[in-house]
Design a protein around this ligand. Structure first.
Ligand SMILES: NC(=O)c1ccc[n+]([C@@H]2O[C@H](COP(=O)([O-])OP(=O)(O)OC[C@H]3O[C@@H](n4cnc5c(N)ncnc54)[C@H](OP(=O)(O)O)[C@@H]3O)[C@@H](O)[C@H]2O)c1
Length: 256
């Protein structure tokens, strides 16, 4: 019996938990406020789901999905994640997470920072470049002609192969984008980030421009993100986007 643990059970975590349950994988959820706050989510997911603490979710998982704000990464349970294959969905937003100089300067990547903290785990960056609402919209069974590809990056070849097989069960193809040092290629606002999965990329770009403008003027963005059905992104196109994208450091981003 396969089990996927979750540390962080918000927008990304719950969408992926739904796909896992549909694929016959047990899920063990956790968050910062305690398992009782996940009772409704667990009930909606059904018999394959339960909730516990982050430490127990880490121990229970054959793989562990880490899907929390970057600001909390040092709270991840190091001992419980020792030796585990960890999928890291985390993105860096200085406005949310506070400025981190080694990321602002490009001296390291978000996932290298998390891997440094989780020294005994095998980290694979995944699912960070797709919007939460595009996850259910674009998941397809293996072999479907319109399957969407997602990038993965990591320093352990076996862990990457393992994660690619898991992601295929969840409904997506994968493209190997290289090591964690190379994972900037699909960090926020790079070419492979979010927009290519959108049926209306212009609306998506306009939304982010609006958010950036609002943040710069010290107000909160008023418009909700454009929700569309998404558009499949084939592996060959994703490979090109990964190869050709410029790096986007904090200072180069519309929303940081
Ligand atoms: N939303 C997207 O479309 C999207 C897409 C790609 C990547 N991402 C990235 O993926 C990560 C999660 O995004 P999200 O949208 O799912 O966020 P979210 O909806 O705010 O959920 C965050 C989850 O993390 C939990 N959490 C926070 N601190 C924790 C801690 N110290 N220990 C355990 N759990 C903790 C929260 O639990 P509590 O509620 O109990 O605090 C919550 O369940 C972020 O880094 C985000 O940038 C998001």
């Amino acid at each position: 019996m396969a089990t996927l643990g979750f540390i962080g059970s918000g927008n990304i975590g719950t969408n992926l938990a739904r796909l896992a349950v549909a694929a016959g994988i047990d899920v063990v959820l956790s968050n910062s406020r305690g398992p009782e706050t996940l009772a409704e989510t667990v009930a909606a997911l059904g018999e394959r789901a339960r909730a516990t603490t982050p430490e127990e979710a880490a121990r229970a998982g054959d793989w562990v999905m880490v899907s929390i704000p970057l600001a909390a990464y040092q709270q991840l349970p190091v001992a419980a994640l020792e030796g585990k294959v960890v999928l890291d969905t985390i993105n860096y937003y200085a406005m949310r997470d506070g400025h981190i100089e080694v990321l602002d300067s490009g001296r390291t990547t978000t996932s290298e920072l998390v891997q440094e903290h989780l020294a005994g785990a095998k980290l694979v960056k995944a699912f960070n470049n797709i919007s939460d609402f595009h996850i259910p919209a674009l998941a397809r069974p293996a072999g479907a002609a319109d399957r969407t590809a997602l990038p993965i990056a990591g320093d352990d070849a076996h862990a990457k192969a393992d994660v690619a097989a898991l992601i295929s069960r969840l409904g997506f193809d994968t493209v190997d984008a290289g090591s964690l040092a190379e994972s900037w290629r699909f960090e926020p606002e790079t070419d492979p980030y979010a927009t290519p999965y959108s049926a209306d990329p212009d609306a998506m770009r306009a939304f982010w421009a609006q958010v950036g403008e609002a943040l710069r003027s010290g107000t909160l963005p008023q418009t909700p993100p454009p929700v569309d059905q998404g558009v499949p992104l084939p592996a060959a196109r994703l490979r090109t986007l990964l190869a050709d994208t410029p790096r986007k450091l904090t200072a180069d981003r519309v929303v940081a």
